[in-house]
Design a protein around this ligand. Structure first.
Ligand code: XCC
Length: 635
């Protein structure tokens, strides 16, 4: 673990404050976990049955296998794919919740939601083969939502719809040949848990292929979540706002929207607009919403809500003393928030039936009464504001301008101003002319095994210097937002000459009031599907299979099971994937070789682990150059 805690200036101030009041943050708890257990860290601790935990102890007679005889490669493979199952269940369940809501809107059962983006609805319907000609919007919406819900329960031989509709033919061929094309989400996830039960599959390669099938369900669930969220709430367009703890305002009722699912947070945004006067009546200057983690990214993309902070520093928003309520839905919410809130007036409000924290407020969110639920939460925040202790307020004066809202559609709209017939040609031309080396996606979390946000920042600036076009999602995108890479200044400071030339053309064409940012914020973690759409389009335009397109992905500070799932489908779809923490596959040379080497022969995509951000960026640049060189040779 690194001695330096974070590169975020605001976070540093708040960590000092935590020390002052004697609160142990996640940074202290991470330190307390050192040194890590080597068995767990390298993936060779098996806890799948009650005879365990079994560890691999090569020096002891009989210790080189688990009690059942499972070798290191079986244990490591099982543990790894069980991460994928967890991540995939989380993303796809989020997608299912959105799909159910769209269905109920189409059936006229929900008064507070509408079909907002009918253009996207029709485009998605056409993509998945739902008839649109002469049909009513609600009828099409019902069929699209039903098709999405069918993804979950299908047990027939059919192929899963969103993977099939989004992927290029050459990719589908590989997925079919390797027998990892799923038919239904629930089936693949249940089968994977079965496959990895004690005394079941011992073949590491077969287990990994089962894991990749589940990872494709993760992709499917997130792709349909993105599509249906856009249909329901609108597809984001460029917005200008700010990021970091300085976005919390001392004179306003501050409410943080935290988690992943936009169903409630969109309603809070709507309700806040209507309730400014109530806040003023309580003595505040109004209501100020800020985002944390991917709920934050969702409402940033569609509503321009400012970012307070990302995963590792979520507690610090409460330490400002000015956070009146934190509304959380699902995923990436630290249970410690409630303990810290006790030192302040802050209300932690959990809202989903599968995510409760002992001692916090639980206000069960009901889609049938969505706006009222949101208003109730805001009233709770206004009440809490009245109890705020001004003496405890300490908001770091740190914020950066953010230009975000780059859904694939809004990005292509800018490209269209340069090439109306084939917008993605703009990127393809820049790559083929050698002006830029390719495209990199930054995704994923914070991981306190390293210095908070450092890998993100160093890698992005290194890639920009090397003329790589960068898109980002999740907490990676939020790190860039806080550190000033999501604005035009970032381009001036860090872009290489080739990338600067591309930006000059894009800025001239875009005609936006703000300059385009160094890194394009594509949204939340489920919006990694937007980045894959970009890769697919680019491959098609350049006449290449995905495995040859100059596109790479990186999760410099990966933490969650969802990150493992995202990385794994990226590999299956042909993308080289860097991970900035050492993966728990290294306990088996065989498994590690399969995911870092053999995978490339089969899928074109592969993983590599590199904790040094400069070296990792260098390797990504090399991979892009190698793909470009090979493509030029083939011509
Ligand atoms: Fe969670 Fe999406 Fe990771 Fe951030 S990036 S810590 S998963 S919020 Ni997905």
């Amino acid at each position: 673990m690194s001695e330096k805690r974070t590169i975020d200036v605001a976070a540093t101030q708040m960590l000092d404050k935590a020390k002052e009041i004697g609160f142990l943050t996640t940074f202290d708890r991470a330190k307390a976990q050192e040194p890590r257990c080597t068995f767990g860290n390298t993936g060779i601790c098996c806890r799948i049955c009650l005879q365990g935990p079994c560890r691999i102890l090569p020096k002891k007679p009989g210790g080189n296998k688990g009690i059942c005889g499972a070798a290191d490669y079986t244990i490591v493979a099982r543990n790894t794919v069980r991460y994928i199952a967890g991540g995939s269940a989380a993303h796809s369940d989020h997608g299912r919740h959105i799909a159910e809501t769209v269905l109920h809107v189409a059936e006229g059962k929900l008064k507070d939601y509408q079909i907002t983006d009918t253009t996207k609805l029709m485009a998605v319907a056409k993509k998945i083969g739902v008839e649109t000609e002469g049909r009513d919007v609600m009828a099409v919406a019902k069929d699209v939502a039903t098709a999405a819900l069918d993804e979950f329960g299908r047990v027939t031989e059919d192929e899963i719809t969103w993977v099939k509709a989004n992927s290029n033919e050459s990719t589908l061929e590989v997925l079919r040949k390797t027998n990892i094309m799923p038919s239904g989400i629930n089936l693949s996830l249940a089968q994977l848990l079965h496959q990895t039960h004690a005394g079941n599959d011992a073949d590491p390669v077969n287990i990994i292929f089962g894991g990749l099938k589940a990872a494709l369900c993760d992709y499917d669930g997130m792709a349909l979540a993105t599509d249906l969220s856009d249909i329901l709430f609108g597809t984001g367009v460029p917005v200008v706002t700010e990021a970091n703890l300085g976005a919390i305002k001392a004179d306003k009722v501050n409410i943080a929207l935290h988690g992943h699912n936009p169903l409630l947070s969109q309603m809070v945004v709507k309700a806040a607009k209507e309730m400014q006067e109530e806040a003023k009546a309580a003595g505040a200057a109004g209501i100020n919403l800020v985002g944390i983690c991917c709920t934050g990214n969702e409402v940033l993309t569609r509503e321009g809500v400012a970012i307070a902070t990302n995963f590792a520093t979520q507690e610090l928003a409460i330490l400002t003393g000015a956070m009146d309520a934190m509304v959380v839905d699902v995923q990436c919410i630290m249970p410690s928030l409630r303990t810290l809130a006790e030192c302040y007036h802050t209300k932690i409000v959990t809202t989903m039936p599968i995510m409760k924290i002992p001692g916090s407020y639980h206000m069960a969110f009901d889609e049938h009464n969505a706006l009222n639920s949101a208003k109730e939460i805001i009233r709770l925040a206004i009440d809490a504001y009245k109890n705020r202790d001004a003496a405890k307020v300490c908001i770091p004066d740190v914020r950066n301008t953010v230009v975000a809202g780059f859904t694939l559609e809004s990005l292509l709209n800018i490209f269209k101003k340069i090439n109306a017939d084939a917008p993605i040609r703009v990127l393809a031309d820049a790559i083929e002319a050698g002006e830029i080396k390719g495209v990199a996606l930054f995704a994923g979390c914070n991981n306190l095994k390293g210095t908070h946000d450092e890998n993100h920042f160093t890698m992005a600036t290194e890639l920009a210097k090397n003329d790589v076009f960068i898109v980002a999602t999740g907490c990676a995108a939020q790190a860039f937002a806080k550190e000033g890479l999501l604005n035009g200044e970032g381009v001036k400071k860090y872009a290489g000459e080739g990338l600067k030339k591309l930006f000059a053309r894009l800025n001239a064409a875009a005609g936006l009031t703000a300059e385009l940012p160094l890194v394009f914020h594509m949204g939340s973690c489920v919006d990694n599907s937007r980045a894959q759409d970009l890769a697919n389009l680019l491959a098609k335009e350049m006449g290449l299979p995905n495995r040859d397109v100059p596109y790479v992905a990186s999760a410099p500070e990966a933490m969650s099971e969802k990150a493992v799932a995202i990385g794994s489908w990226n590999v299956a779809l042909g993308n080289p994937v860097h991970v900035g923490v050492v993966a728990p596959t290294v306990g088996s040379q065989l498994v590690n070789d399969v995911v870092t080497k053999v995978a490339e022969d089969v899928f074109g995509g592969f993983f590599f682990w590199e904790t040094d951000p400069v070296k990792a960026a260098g390797r990504l640049v090399e991979i892009l150059e190698e793909r470009n060189w090979k493509n030029a040779m083939r011509k």
